[in-house]
Design a protein around this ligand. Structure first.
Ligand code: MLT
Length: 267
């Protein structure tokens, strides 16, 4: 698997296809395999780049905290190492969406199109921050397993949970590989992230929101509110899909991205 050396770590990534760059950023506590149903399926439409964020999958942990801004900078550093300076499409799922927003915050001129999936613009409420602290304590005292056991059934739609064991197994295998240190660093970064609502409201970048109707982590109403906030944003809702909608509905998910890229590229 290709790796490149960034300032404090080696980062591992997938690269498939050619042409317009399309960066996929995974969520918490996941890694690049989340996007396996995208990276070859969309390789005829774009140059697909899929990193393991620092400390996730096969990327080294490095020393920097997992703020959304640091994780966004890692993505820019990877692109620079790959010689990609042209504006690109960025697709982020949940925490990956927060990282995409952090990329927009510092370098809007680099974003040709934003694809926000299973994510939200708001910062954590005091209640969510308190829950993050509880999760950090749980991880420190009991390890990653209780965090994953609690999260897994909420990541997938009730229908997939009941009838598609392969989806459950994929999500479980990915999450089980994430170290407790990475989980804690992610939780600290998530808790600190800024509110991006005004950033997105002022954005002129074309934006596609893709959301699972059955998302239990970020309810659909939040995606509908996001669409109202972002000028000219398009919202595609996927049936029988939860937080990991790209695993549950890869055909519909990929079709939405393909159409968006074609539309923006033809404008
Ligand atoms: C994620 O899926 O990346 C996280 O659930 C995001 C969050 O907890 O805010």
């Amino acid at each position: 698997m290709p790796t490149v050396k960034l300032s404090d770590l080696n980062i591992c990534f997938e690269q498939h296809g050619s042409g317009t760059p399309l960066l996929f950023i995974h969520g918490y506590p996941l890694h690049r395999q989340l996007w396996k149903s995208q990276w070859t399926a969309l390789a005829d439409a774009a140059q697909v780049i899929v990193p393991d964020l620092r400390g996730h999958g096969e990327s080294e942990p490095g020393v920097a905290p997992h703020t959304m801004q640091n994780l966004a900078q890692d993505c820019f550093d990877l692109l620079e190492k790959l010689g990609i300076s042209a504006p690109l499409f960025v697709c982020g799922l949940s925490m990956g969406g927060y990282i995409a927003m952090a990329m927009l915050r510092t370098h809007p001129e680099r974003i040709a199109g934003l694809i926000l999936t299973a994510t939200r613009s708001a910062a954590d409420t005091p209640e969510v921050k308190a829950n993050r602290d509880k999760s950090i304590l749980l991880a420190q005292t009991q390890g990653a397993k209780p965090i994953i056991d609690n999260m897994l059934p909420r990541l997938i739609s009730p229908k997939s949970l009941a009838s598609r064991p392969e989806i459950v197994q994929t999500a479980q295998a990915i999450m089980s590989s994430i170290s407790v240190n990475t989980i804690i660093k992610d939780l600290l970064g998530l808790k600190e992230r800024p509110d991006s609502t005004s950033l997105l409201a002022a954005s002129t970048q074309p934006t596609l929101i893709i959301h699972g109707v059955d998302d239990q982590i970020v309810p659909l109403a939040e995606a509908q509110a996001l669409q109202q906030i972002i000028p000219d944003a398009q919202l595609t809702m996927l049936p029988d899909a939860g937080h990991l909608l790209n695993l549950e509905q890869p055909g519909l998910f990929n079709a939405a991205i393909r159409q968006f890229i074609q539309r923006i590229s033809n404008e």
